[in-house]
Ligand binder design. Structure first.
Ligand SMILES: NC(=O)c1ccc[n+]([C@@H]2O[C@H](COP(=O)([O-])OP(=O)(O)OC[C@H]3O[C@@H](n4cnc5c(N)ncnc54)[C@H](OP(=O)(O)O)[C@@H]3O)[C@@H](O)[C@H]2O)c1
Length: 299
């Protein structure tokens, strides 16, 4: 297949490109920095810098849409919120228009979303049928999904990737947490009762490949491990894996003062269950957090 990937240079995209190349697929990555593509995505991956390079005669068999400004890196000013929105919702709307214009449509669009779709739901167990929340992150995900579903009008199969916290050696959440934990400064956040729906990157990529191939798969998929944990448990398991103490607590009030509104990403959570992916044919390699962290960090 010839596959177009947006966000192919990112944490998930880089590993996905490797897996897809191993399977022999031809890849084109949309990136603002095409020169970085050979190093990040692999030699032989084609570059696209603007979506309007996709003229109607160009054929992609599948599209994987992972682009988005990092959500936790900067304060959610009005300008930042607009950038988060444009890089997800607006870009996905443009993608759906390109798909509509294509003479030969791709068979499938796999498009990003996040477990933040559900909002802050306390201890409630959430499968794909749970409704959307109402905070900024939830509205962003809902609109991002609606933009992707626009491709269904072109008779394209659409899968929505409600992504949990992706655990990888290469960065992301774990990358941020490692230094303080290694220094013995690991801390739980607030009261530690918020749920963290995590996923090992190998499972994530395996799930993407199933959704790519399985022609019956469509609609939302919770891209998470089957055993989410609370922040308190995550802290304890990470500290035990690194054989370091994690005696501290970062008070919620401090996180809110430093991070502003986006502190909700750390202080609130969702207890998400990957109900649909099992029926699509995936058996998790890493169902337990301790096994996932041991694989990623164990010596
Ligand atoms: N990793 C997680 O734990 C997690 C959790 C939930 C949801 N997600 C979502 O899953 C997607 C992939 O995650 P990731 O961790 O791989 O993300 P990432 O490492 O931050 O990479 C995102 C990619 O998006 C592109 N991008 C960033 N800002 C952009 C902009 N303004 N316009 C166009 N493209 C832009 C970048 O590509 P170029 O710089 O090459 O243009 C980058 O490679 C993201 O949309 C993210 O929100 C991730």
């Amino acid at each position: 297949m010839h596959i177009l990937i947006t966000g192919g240079t990112g944490l998930i995209g880089r590993q996905l490109c490797k897996a897809l190349q191993t399977e022999g697929h031809e890849l084109t990555v949309l990136s603002r920095d095409p020169n970085s593509i050979p190093e990040k995505c692999g030699a032989g991956v084609h570059a696209m810098t603007r979506l309007d390079e996709w003229h109607p005669g160009r054929v992609f068999d599948a599209v994987i849409n992972l682009a988005g400004e990092p959500i936790v890196d900067a304060r959610w000013t009005r300008r930042r919120k607009q950038a988060l929105w444009d890089s997800r919702v607006t870009l996905t709307e443009q993608l759906a228009r390109r798909i509509a214009a294509a003479h030969r449509k791709p068979g499938v669009l796999l498009s990003g979303s996040a477990v933040g779709y559900y909002g802050n739901r306390g201890d409630a167990m959430l499968d794909e049928s749970a409704p959307a929340g109402e905070d900024f992150a939830a509205r962003l995900c809902k609109s991002w999904e609606e933009a992707a579903l626009g491709a269904e009008k072109s008779d394209v199969r659409v899968c929505l990737l409600r992504t949990g916290l992706v655990l990888s050696r290469q960065g992301g959440l774990l990358g941020r947490m490692l230094l303080p934990f290694r220094l013995g400064l690991g801390a739980r956040l607030g009261n530690g009762k918020q749920w963290m729906s995590w996923i090992h990157i190998d499972d994530y990529v395996a799930m993407l490949l199933i959704l790519l191939r399985n022609e019956q798969a469509s609609g939302p998929y919770n891209m998470t491990a089957p055993q989410p944990v609370t922040n308190k448990e995550f802290t304890a398991v990470l500290a035990a894996t690194l054989r370091r103490p994690a005696p501290f607590t970062v008070p919620a009030i401090l996180l809110k003062a430093v991070m502003g509104e986006r502190a909700c990403l750390l202080l609130e959570g969702q207890r998400v269950l990957p109900k649909k992916i099992d029926s699509a044919g995936h058996h998790h390699i890493f169902a337990k957090l301790a096994d996932a962290l041991h694989d990623l960090l164990g010596r």
